[in-house]
Design a protein around this ligand. Structure first.
Ligand SMILES: [Zn+2]
Length: 59
């Protein structure tokens, strides 16, 4: 799903990261505040032209 940057109308690239990935002995999820631990992944949309970024928490 392509979307457009609200700042410059450039192309937004989407990256989805799983929060169950591990960083050393910890899962990424365990490093988050309790109120965010119900989410399973995070989607980062970054404008390829100006670098504007949006973050979406996904369940
Ligand atoms: Zn932009």
């Amino acid at each position: 799903m392509a979307s457009t940057c609200p700042k410059c109308s450039g192309e937004m690239r989407s990256i989805i990261k799983s929060l169950s990935a591990r960083v050393g002995p910890f899962s990424v999820k365990s490093l988050l505040p309790t109120e965010l631990q119900e989410y399973n992944s995070v989607e980062i949309k970054i404008c390829a032209a100006c670098g504007y970024a949006e973050l979406y928490w996904l369940k």
